[in-house]
Ligand binder design. Structure first.
Ligand code: HEC
Ligand code: HEC
Length: 436
């Protein structure tokens, strides 16, 4: 008799402890100085752009931001009370989880890498494929996704927030007591809009301090704008200093593992059945092999097959690993990918060409990217840079020097692919997709 009685008791004590620990951790994260709203007094802060991106129907206020901060760190927003937004967007990890792909409820893994929330207010669309139009609407994705926060519907979440005593007063103060989905979303988005990150050595350099970055990093900046061709997609200017064109390009990341045409057909059939609403797209992107189709899931345009949003490049040394599937461990691996001209596939962006960067050029580009770290992450970034540098000395899975110097693909008379060719791609005319 004893064991049958005691095991459930022990199990529920253990379960309660797990919940308590999770709650205590989330609370500690919430109070972490890195979670605090950021000052606008930062060199390089784009004040004009900021004024454009704050939506008129959701103005910032300190009380709203405090409420959103509480919601962001609250495990109650998940189905079983164990997962908050910060599990995958932790302030101490540059508002990411530093995992290749994210782990959500019941320790299930999705297909995509968690991008940072830092500076996400400046994105014109949210998610790697831009399927959410605003930060407000973005929150519905993880809340409902079965492997992220796992709720059955949005009403359950609203009911749960309503049932928590601590939320009564702040919702009274900010939203006249209306605890609704729209107001929960507005508060979380308002908190996210306080997470701005500039004031980097590079910003000081552009503001005129010639000594803010090293000679090596200056050479890297030249390569970024010249031989490396990076600025064609990751452009910088004083009004748009985010290093992104906010557009979608196939640079070949998912061509490593996908044969796009059959996958696209499968996705089109499912979308036709399921209606293609945001929740269905979210599940295809997070939970299936169709994830690698990227922007195509949203637009159904063949030219968007395998295309993902150009990510900003700030604070890369606290948001590793890289790319939409977290497939690259170091910045050297990322640059090796570009140096060989990406991964060949029929939808590869025309801007990707072998770059002919030498080893020291690659080191200089990394030195430049390292200058894009905001001061609060300087120590963590330095440690990560050392770690990546050590790793890059021996472990360079993407390096293909012959392809980078055009010896495999672009020599006279050579018509075939260059660089990493990935699996054989079905060369069927993409215009016929979905036409049967
Ligand atoms: C289980 C991990 C997980 C949880 C929990 C989670 N996210 Fe995310 N988040 C991700 C992943 C993965 C992506 C990228 C998905 C994609 O693009 O398809 C993402 C994307 C985002 C983006 C878009 C950023 C960009 O640059 O496109 C924002 C903003 C964001 N999450 C905020 C939140 C908020 C707010 C919550 C809580 C309501 C939350 N996340 C909960 C993993 C998570
Ligand atoms: C044709 C446009 C294009 C060019 C040129 C380009 N990028 Fe990218 N970059 C992208 C896109 C799109 C992604 C996201 C791709 C993905 O994950 O599938 C990306 C992702 C990245 C990432 C990873 C960001 C993250 O958070 O995971 C880094 C780092 C990066 N690029 C650096 C560079 C550098 C350095 C160069 C020049 C050598 C360069 N890029 C050239 C479009 C481009």
């Amino acid at each position: 008799m004893m064991p049958t009685l005691r095991i459930p008791v022990l199990a529920s004590v253990a379960a309660a402890l797990v919940l308590l620990c999770a709650a205590a951790l989330a609370a500690a994260q919430e109070q972490n100085p890195l979670a605090a709203p950021k000052s606008h007094i930062q060199v390089g802060f784009p004040a004009e752009l900021y004024s454009w991106v704050i939506p008129p129907d959701n103005p910032q206020s300190p009380a709203k931001v405090a409420l959103g901060r509480k919601l962001f760190f609250d495990d109650s927003l998940s189905a079983d009370g164990t997962v908050s937004c910060d599990q995958c967007h932790s302030p101490t990890k540059g508002f990411t989880d530093q995992l290749p792909t994210s782990m959500g409820i019941h320790k299930a893994f999705g297909q995509r890498n968690a991008p940072t929330v830092l500076n996400a207010l400046f994105n014109t669309l949210q998610f790697w494929d831009g399927r959410a139009p605003t930060l407000e609407r973005q929150t519905e994705g993880p809340i409902l996704n079965p492997v992220e926060m796992g709720n059955k519907n949005l009403e359950d979440v609203v009911a749960k927030v309503k049932s928590i005593a601590e939320y009564q007063q702040p919702f009274q103060q900010v939203f006249d007591g209306l605890i609704t989905l729209v107001n929960i979303e507005k508060a979380i988005a308002a908190y996210e809009r306080t997470q701005i990150a500039f004031d980097t050595p590079f910003d000081h350099f552009m503001a005129g301090d010639q000594n803010a970055i090293s000679a090596q990093a200056k050479h890297g900046w030249d390569l970024f704008n010249g031989q490396g061709r990076c600025m064609t997609c990751h452009g910088w200017n004083p009004t748009q200093p985010l290093f992104t064109d906010n557009r979608f390009h196939n640079i070949g990341v998912s061509a490593h593992k996908s044969d796009f045409v059959p996958l696209a057909r499968k996705a089109l059939a499912l979308i036709q059945q399921g209606g293609g609403g945001m929740q269905q797209l979210d599940q295809l992107a997070i939970q299936t092999d169709m994830s690698g189709l990227g922007r195509f899931l949203v637009t159904k345009q063949p030219h968007d097959i395998g295309a993902f949003r150009t990510m900003g490049l700030r604070n890369l040394l606290v948001t590793e690993p890289y790319f939409h599937d977290g497939s690259q461990q170091t910045l050297w691996d990322v640059i090796d990918h570009y140096n060989k001209g990406g991964v060949q596939n029929p939808y590869l962006d025309g801007g990707l060409l072998p770059l002919g960067l030498s080893e020291s050029d690659e080191d200089d580009l990394v030195a430049f990217l390292a200058t894009l770290t905001s001061p609060e992450y300087a120590d963590a970034a330095k440690e990560e840079l050392d770690h990546q540098q050590t790793r890059a000395k021996t472990d360079r899975p993407q390096r293909d020097t012959a392809a980078a110097f055009g010896k495999t693909g672009l020599g006279p008379g050579f018509k075939g692919p260059f660089g990493d060719i990935g699996p054989a791609q079905n060369q069927e005319n993409p215009a016929l997709l979905g036409g049967d």
